[in-house]
Design a protein around this ligand. Structure first.
Ligand code: PEP
Ligand code: MN
Length: 371
């Protein structure tokens, strides 16, 4: 689907044309000295294009630190004045927008919980009318691409054409090594729907742990993301929010220097040739996977007939647990993650159940027509 919005690509906004664009700074603004000291160190390291800090913090549970509020805005203005690094803050309602604009903050971001709430996005869009600001829109907490896209449409409709996206992962009930599952296919699809819009990866909120940041950031670079938003704090262990995932400005430099930025010359014919050979192999395997799935569903339908005839229920929990356990074990030996096998087989199982239920219903209808 082609979009008919005319969003200005981030490399054409005047101060944000570096690639990858690095947005760094603490999860929360805590004190004036923490904000300024972090900014000074980031400036000295020389890798930060935009300084981030949360002033109003949306916390999952009450009684957590909810941000200093507007009192922190003069500190951020000092960061801009002293370091020359532009600042960005999260806004979650109209009042936040008016406050941030009062302090000349011209890059704002919508947090994941806000993007998930169309009322809040609409209210913010109303407050933004006529303002010359850039807006970064984080993905919603739930893996709903339409909700993410809808937030872009609402902000665009308010006359804002400097829009960027931030991929921060998706909430999950299942245990995972990630704090928020990356579900890379969602930002990839979003990027194909909005090719001109910058896609920035936020390894901090995906990983939830310092140790994971490097590999997530590398993956984002391999997938051609346009930038990174990484939480950095002068004293991460003592941070008032998200202490486990923040890194010092010096550690940020190491992380960024270790990134491999692959930018092959796509016009070299020999590179394209080997790539298309490998892509051909992938296409062939995908065809085979589809044929196998088709066969599996045929068998599921036969099982449906059998269960109907013998008056058995569609869902046999014990059998399902056996399948998943067995395949997780086998997958492990083949280097496939537990999380992947779990999701893959859950999806296959759901499709089998749908086929079986269709069979049961069709037979019931036939009976009722005859009688
Ligand atoms: C944040 O950036 O500190 C934050 C609250 O992020 P998210 O909206 O991704 O949870
Ligand atoms: Mn945070």
């Amino acid at each position: 689907m082609r979009n008919n919005m005319h969003i200005i690509p981030i490399n054409q906004w005047k101060e944000y044309n570096q690639r990858p664009l690095v947005i760094a700074g603490p999860c929360s603004a805590e004190t004036e000295s923490q904000v300024l000291e972090t900014a000074r160190q980031l400036k000295a390291e020389g890798k930060t294009d935009v300084y981030r800090a949360g002033v109003w913090k949306p916390r999952t549970r009450p009684n957590s630190f909810e941000g200093v509020g507007s009192d922190a805005l003069p500190w951020l203005r000092r960061v801009q004045q002293e370091t020359g690094i532009p600042v960005t803050v999260e806004v979650a309602n109209a009042k936040h927008v008016y406050e941030a604009l009062k302090y000349n903050i011209t890059l704002l971001w919508l947090g994941a919980r806000t993007t998930a709430n169309p009322f809040a996005v609409q209210e913010i869009a109303g407050a933004l009318k006529g303002a010359d600001v850039g807006i970064l829109i984080k993905n919603p907490v739930n893996p709903d691409i339409e909700l993410w896209y809808g937030a872009v449409e609402r902000i665009y409709a308010a006359g804002i054409s400097k829009i960027g996206l931030v991929h921060r992962g998706f909430s999950t009930y299942d245990k995972s090594i990630f704090r928020n599952l990356p579900q890379w296919q969602i930002p990839i699809e979003m990027k194909s729907r909005l090719p001109e819009v910058a896609m920035i990866n936020d390894p901090s909120h995906i990983g939830g742990k310092r140790e994971l940041l490097g590999e997530i950031a590398q993956k984002a670079m391999d997938l051609n993301f346009d930038g990174l938003m990484i939480e950095s704090h002068v004293n991460p262990g003592e941070a008032w929010s998200d202490a486990g995932q923040q890194i010092t400005p010096e550690e940020l430099t190491t992380l960024l220097e270790n990134l491999v930025l692959r930018n092959p010359d796509v016009n070299k014919p020999e590179l394209l040739e080997s790539l298309s050979e490998l892509r051909g192999k992938i296409d062939e395997i995908d065809d085979r996977l589809l044929c196998l799935l088709e066969k599996r569903m045929q068998i599921a339908r036969s099982i449906g007939e059998y269960k109907k005839k013998n008056n058995m229920s569609v869902l046999q929990n014990k059998r399902w647990e056996e399948i998943i356990y067995k395949n997780i074990e086998k997958g492990k030996q083949k280097g496939l993650s537990r999380e992947f096998i779990n999701r893959l087989f859950k999806a296959i199982h759901q499709e089998s159940i749908n086929h079986q239920i269709k069979i049961l219903n069709r037979q019931e209808n036939t009976v009722s027509v005859k009688s």
